[in-house]
Write a protein of this length. Structure first.
Length: 367
């Protein structure tokens, strides 16, 4: 049985795997070009929604619920239990499918009056509001660092270097070559440049915005929220940062290594218009912060978690978060360990090969 691993990448997926393997007794070398959750990574923002709703898909619902448990086990302070509200514009869409699956899985959910959740909210275009009361808001960057640090505490060696594949080995920019029983590449937006011949990922610019608000909008108190058909999500004012509004429109192509991190003007206009529409009291609220991030999107928005076709199961590719990595990272790492060890078959939907476009796992829209 394999007993040593090199994990390349210290975003949420790579850090989850390094942590899981190290705590299971593997000899782990964890390689990162800068630092866990660095500013150019997809894991670098302050907050992420952690919720179980995934439409009609029970696999992702169960995995997200498990990830929430694991985040809280890591440190209960990482998750603000604020709940997440789904603002349903139709009676029989994504939210109704989520409600059915959550109920079947025993995950708490209830229909509520949205006006009881927000200091100001427009509801005339909503069919209903579905609340996941046990969902929450993850302190994202802090969580990634906590995972990476716990891996080191469990015996993992952290190496700061730029890595490139060398067959089944890992070549570092300082001249060293690392070998192990298994290598896991979890390099986020850098994956296409390393393995574009065997996987398909689009890297897009995704911007988030923070608007000034008074104490009524503090989170916890105000829940996180998702407007699936409105292609937007956000949360109240967490830690004094401001009310977060994130357009989930498909952004332009982006190079995470060389791209200038300036928000897209159309994204800001979308965020302001959405804020004025959904939360009228915040129309015209001052913009107090913004951040450029990126998604690594597979054609069907499902993860990539599969062995490279050329190295007899010794090299695994992990990525394609499509905006969902934090919701699943620690739970996906649990599963990946069993797949790598050969104790369970890998999930075929996360495999390499042809995929068909299906945006049902994203609140995606168009400008």
């Amino acid at each position: 049985m394999a007993s040593s691993a090199v994990v390349v990448g210290a975003g949420v997926l790579g850090s989850s795997v390094a942590d899981r393997l190290a705590r299971s007794g593997w000899a782990v070398t964890h390689v990162e070009r800068l630092a866990p959750g660095h500013v150019r990574s997809g894991s670098g923002d302050e907050s992420r929604l952690i919720r179980a709703s995934h439409g009609a898909d029970p696999l992702h619902a169960a995995m997200s619920r498990r990830a929430l448990e694991l985040w809280r086990e890591l440190d209960p302070r990482l998750v603000a239990q604020a709940g997440v509200a789904w603002l349903a514009r139709t009676a029989d869409g994504w939210e109704a499918e989520s409600e059915r699956v959550l109920t079947e899985l025993g995950i708490p959910n209830q229909r509520v009056d949205a006006t009881d959740l927000f200091p100001s909210v427009r509801t005339d275009d909503l069919a209903f509001c579905l609340l996941e009361p046990e969902a929450g808001i993850l302190h994202a960057r802090v969580g990634v660092r906590a995972l990476a640090d716990r891996a080191v505490e469990a015996g993992a060696e952290r190496v700061v270097a730029v890595a490139r594949p060398d067959g089944a080995r890992v070549a570092l920019d300082d001249g060293r070559v690392l070998e192990a029983d298994v290598v896991v590449w979890a390099c986020g937006a850098w994956m296409p440049g390393l393995f574009g011949d065997v996987l398909s990922l689009r890297i897009t610019q995704q911007d988030v915005f923070y608007f000034a608000a008074d104490g009524q909008w503090a989170t916890p108190g105000v829940p996180g929220w998702v407007d699936y058909d409105g292609a937007a999500y956000g949360l109240g004012d967490l830690d004094g940062r401001g009310v977060k509004v994130a357009p989930d429109v498909d952004g332009p192509p982006f190079d995470a290594q060389t791209g200038e991190r300036r928000v897209h003007p159309e994204h800001e206009r979308f965020a302001r218009a959405y804020l004025a529409h959904r939360f009228p009291a915040l129309a015209g609220a001052p913009l107090v912060g913004s951040r450029v991030c990126q998604y690594e999107i597979t054609p069907d928005t499902w993860f990539v978690a599969a062995p490279h076709p050329e190295h007899d199961g010794r090299v695994w590719l992990l990525g394609g978060g499509s905006g969902h990595a934090f919701k699943h990272g620690p739970a996906l790492a649990e599963r990946l360990e069993s797949w790598i060890a050969g104790t369970e078959p890998a999930e075929p939907r996360f495999g390499l090969g042809d995929r068909h476009r299906d945006t049902s796992l994203r609140t995606v829209g168009e400008l």
